[in-house]
Design a protein around this ligand. Structure first.
Ligand code: SAM
Length: 280
């Protein structure tokens, strides 16, 4: 019998520890251990890695990560009610699960992790997006993580992997794809969760590139992309007017038609524009 088989089913864990789902914490639990093992497999080879899991809840994905061979899991959970259930998992996998009862937006887990590190999470969507942006914008690149395997609302997942010319293309796609490879690896209907959320979900897997895909000054790129998409229906010469007095010349120097709209412009051209603007 493997370690995971000695643990009670998740429905029983939820009943024993009275973990009624709280909306305020975005709690939609995954109770199917085949599914959580499948998500864990999407995170890649975990055997040599520390895995940072944010929002383990009753521990479905945590069990998946451990049964798929993670060297160690560091789990950060805000809801104190979940900690005894997670402690039971820690006892089943001695020395392989560390639990922090805290808010992932406040704590710095780095001191608890040994590289290489992968991150996996099924998080409330707003927290997930905020953490994704933080993980993609560290002071130094490469970051402390090798890959991110994260559950999102389907619509957010599509914004992360979007290509130019699509409605979903925007700041999130450019931010993610500048420094990482990003793919949707799994789609889940609302019924996969307890309780079911209103919308479908998808797991996105991002792998950190050793260096950004195209050179560009990070601050300028972020400013230019924000300005371009804040007025996405305007031509770039108008949307970016505040970025440089001679913005038309700089757009042309970057190979972008001043009459184009942000939605049409690929990442490489945005990077070229950020370099042009940075020259002044
Ligand atoms: N991973 C579990 C699963 O798949 O069944 C639970 C998923 S549930 C969508 C989100 C979890 O994140 C909940 O357990 C919730 O308490 C936790 N959570 C919410 N906000 C958090 C935060 N800021 N920091 C850490 N955990 C948080």
């Amino acid at each position: 019998m493997s370690a995971i088989d000695t643990l009670p089913p998740l429905r029983e864990v939820i009943a024993t520890h009275q973990l009624s789902a709280r909306k305020s914490l975005g709690q939609n639990f995954l109770l199917d251990l085949n599914l959580t093992a499948k998500i864990a497999r999407q995170a890649g080879d975990l055997t040599e890695c520390d895995v940072l899991e944010i929002g383990p809840g009753p521990g479905g994905l945590t069990r998946g990560l451990l049964s798929e061979g993670a060297r160690r899991v560091l789990a950060v959970e805000k809801d104190t009610r979940c900690i005894p259930a997670l402690n039971e998992i820690a006892q089943t996998y001695p020395g392989r699960l560390e639990i922090i009862n805290g808010d992932a937006l406040e704590i710095d887990p780095l001191a608890h992790l040994t590289p290489p590190v992968r991150i996996a999470a099924n998080l409330p969507y707003n927290v997930g997006t905020e953490l994704l942006v933080r993980w993609l914008t560290p002071k130094e690149w490469p970051p402390f993580w090798q890959s991110l395997t994260l559950m999102f609302q389907r619509e957010v997942a599509e914004r992360i992997v979007a290509q130019p010319g699509s409605k979903a293309y925007g700041r999130l796609a450019l931010l993610a794809q500048w420094r990482a490879d990003a793919h949707i690896v799994l789609s889940l209907p609302p019924g996969a969760f307890t309780p079911p959320p209103k919308v479908s979900s998808a797991v996105v897997h991002l792998t950190a590139l050793p260096k950004p895909r195209f050179p560009a000054p990070a601050g300028v790129l972020s400013r230019v992309v924000a300005a371009a998409f804040n007025q996405r229906r305007k031509m770039l010469r108008a949307a970016l007017k505040g970025q440089a007095p001679d913005i038309e010349d700089r757009l042309l120097a970057a190979g972008i038609k001043p009459t184009e709209r942000a939605e049409q412009v690929p990442l490489e051209a945005f990077c070229a524009l950020a370099r042009e603007i940075d020259k002044s």
